[in-house]
Design a protein around this ligand. Structure first.
Ligand code: GLU
Length: 677
């Protein structure tokens, strides 16, 4: 008889991976053995992911059919098909880790920018003059598929020039950089989008240095008509347009069986016809390109006139020109929503892979070749100034849409049809400016080290922990070289941690005389910590006489910091040690800021809730001192011991008392064993 081999399933063995347990635990409430289905759903949605995301569709359906509570075994089964994505979301590791915070800021910007009613609708294409000028929508899609939507982000609008970069990518994919640029240049034109001037180039490889003329770049009309001419020029109009629609569909996350909201691109024939009737300038460009001999297409001229009259001939209209223009007008007349275009921009930000379908649409090289052209020429004749200020590759269209690519982070699309003199959406530009003035997303922000702007790629508590962590650490161990570097980088050496303990406090406490001197020479201001101490008593308590002498010379009357210890001989619980000091500091910042989401994310990353820092301060100390009852309760649910003591022997309840946080103080008192009170 054959021996039965028991299948090895790591979930059914007792060897659960700690990672999954931590994820599950981070979602739990009072009972660590179960989580609420709705809490799990909310955590995913709050991270910015959507329930119609193709990658999460099955998971959300499973959650819909689950009981109100889920046990670990079920959790493992539910997440199995998208475990890494779930892990990233629950640990705060998606592209925008503080999604709610980020959304709130963008909401505020939107509420301000909507008041701006300046600008005019494009009127040279009649249907565009008829749209509602007040419309305003914004959508942001990250490379991980987090989606922000606000206002008219589901309204169809005319792509117009926003199609140009995508067509350029299609041409690059088909012919490669070298061949495409035999037909169109890579240079900013510095002229209006529909200018007739061409760039003069010498033809390489010809001994007599023949000259030719090509459009400046693929983002102005001449260049875009040329690239339209390049795309599948041997095919019929219908096939070509369909091919382009299909490719755009992939860019925006549409797929035949997909669940995501993107629809197959829509063609507005009326807009295309009107462009045909009124676009004389473009017709002229078409013939101009034909005259250069660089417009590809079939050139089979009619052999004979149909008209037999002696005195007349059939006027010939060059099909190469009309084919290119017809396709160009048609693609300009495709319609999409801001969310769909933001998804396309996110596909570019994600090096050519669509975030919600995970399918590659363009090669990495294609995307990298396209973005610099957007940077130099995407915003009409305001491209230079726009790039200097906003610092992002972008493309706008006279339909009122504009998109921005933040490489490796997100795509942003704004639709608001009133345009400025250059043809860019007024509100679109204003939103872009506000986003870069708040967030470090300008692609040259790497050159700024002392920016008081926020890096949206980093959770806010981590950002805070980072900004003080290095200096405090260096000060406490006497690493002058690091402090010198931070000073020349113009980092603020007086910045404190969640208790306002600064490098100077720590240097004084640890007897780092040289550091204290260095900091004072640098002009670092003495600031009080949470208890009103300036480092003087840190030195005194630890008997660092030389430091006291230096501080005495400052002629400041240092008051004794006020710590409070109700029961000096009461019970003492152990503070957990955790190697990753930065993460501890972050946990403390999150507790001080009542940031429940981040605390849960840190738990999901495996940190013990009662981890302490160099002053033996814990999350509970901070939450108590700040009066954050919600966080206090959360920590207690996670079994944070209550009698942990800091460097000065204070417990969280002492901290609540000292700061007069009555609700927290009373709550903590109810947890003390009855017989002890
Ligand atoms: N189809 C429009 C034109 O060629 C596009 C203009 C634009 O959005 O820049 O005039």
């Amino acid at each position: 008889m054959q021996k039965k081999i028991k299948p090895t399933n790591r979930y059914e063995s007792n060897n659960f991976l700690k990672r999954e347990k931590d994820l599950f635990y981070s979602l739990s409430d009072k009972n660590p053995n179960q989580i609420k289905t709705k809490d799990f759903k909310n955590a995913l949605l709050k991270s910015g992911l959507k329930s119609n995301d193709n990658r999460l569709y099955d998971l959300f359906r499973k959650l819909d059919s689950s009981e109100n509570e889920i046990y670990f075994k079920d959790f493992i089964k539910i997440i199995s098909s998208s475990e890494l994505l779930v892990e990233k979301a629950l640990r705060g590791e998606l592209a925008l880790p503080d999604f709610s915070d980020f959304s709130k800021s963008v909401d505020e910007m939107y509420d301000d920018v909507i008041k701006n009613k300046s600008g005019e609708l494009a009127s040279y294409i009649p249907p565009l003059a008829k749209v509602d000028p007040n419309q305003f929508g914004i959508s942001i899609v990250t490379i991980d598929g987090q989606i922000y939507q606000r206002g008219d982000c589901k309204v169809d609008f005319s792509l117009q020039s926003m199609c140009k970069p995508f067509n350029y990518c299609l041409a690059l994919e088909k012919f490669g950089l070298e061949l495409v640029h035999k037909h169109v240049g890579q240079e900013p034109s510095g002229r209006q989008f529909n200018d007739l001037t061409l760039l003069t180039r010498s033809l390489e490889g010809k001994s007599n240095k023949k000259l030719t003329r090509i459009p400046f770049n693929p983002m102005i009309n001449a260049g875009a008509i040329m690239t339209a001419g390049l795309i599948n020029s041997e095919d019929t109009y219908e096939k070509r347009l369909n091919f382009i629609k299909e490719q755009y569909g992939k860019l925006i996350g549409w797929s035949a069986n997909g669940k995501f909201e993107s629809k197959f691109p829509r063609f507005n024939k009326d807009v295309a016809r009107e462009e045909n009737f009124t676009g004389y300038n473009n017709l002229a460009i078409g013939y101009l390109l034909m005259a250069t001999g660089n417009l590809p297409g079939k050139k089979n001229k009619l052999k004979k006139d149909k008209n037999t009259s002696k005195n007349e001939f059939d006027f010939y209209i060059e099909p190469t020109v009309t084919d290119a223009l017809k396709l160009y007008f048609s693609v300009c007349s495709l319609e999409m929503t801001a969310t769909e275009v933001a998804m396309a921009a996110a596909t570019l930000a994600n090096n050519g892979v669509c975030p919600v379908t995970q399918s590659r649409v363009f090669n990495q090289k294609t995307v990298r070749d396209c973005l610099p052209i957007l940077q130099s020429s995407g915003m009409y004749d305001a491209s230079g100034a726009f790039f200097q200020e906003v610092g992002l590759p972008a493309k706008s269209g006279v339909g009122g849409g504009v998109f921005f690519v933040v490489p490796q982070l997100m795509g942003i699309c704004i639709f608001s049809p009133r345009l400025d003199e250059q043809g860019n959406s007024v509100r679109g530009i204003e939103m872009a400016k506000r986003i870069t003035s708040k967030y470090l997303v300008h692609i040259f922000d790497g050159a700024m080290t002392n920016a008081d702007r926020v890096d949206p790629r980093i959770p806010i508590s981590k950002w805070r922990a980072n900004s003080c962590g290095e200096a405090i650490w260096a000060a406490s161990i006497g690493d002058i070289r690091t402090l010198e570097r931070l000073a020349s980088e113009q980092k603020d050496l007086g910045i404190g941690n969640s208790d306002m303990r600064t490098p100077l406090h720590l240097a004084a406490a640890e007897g780092q005389l040289e550091v204290v001197q260095f900091l004072l020479e640098q002009g670092v201001k003495l600031v009080p910590d949470r208890w009103g101490g300036y480092g003087y008593f840190d030195a005194k308590n630890n008997n660092h006489k030389k430091i006291l002498k230096v501080l005495d010379k400052l002629n400041i009357k240092f008051l004794k910091p006020k710590h409070l210890v109700e029961e000096p001989n009461g019970e003492t619980d152990e503070v957990a040690k955790y190697d990753d000091e930065l993460m501890v500091s972050e946990l403390l910042f999150a507790a001080a800021g009542n940031d429940i989401t981040r605390i849960r994310q840190l738990i999901a990353k495996g940190i013990p809730v009662h981890a302490g820092n160099f002053d033996s301060r814990t999350a509970l100390h901070l939450a108590a001192a700040e009066g954050n009852l919600e966080t206090v309760k959360l920590l207690i649910n996670y079994k944070h011991p209550i009698n942990v003591r800091d460097r000065w022997n204070s417990t969280p309840s002492d901290e609540a008392k000292r700061e007069k946080r009555l609700a927290v103080y009373n709550f903590l008192k109810t947890l003390k064993p009855k017989n002890k009170s």
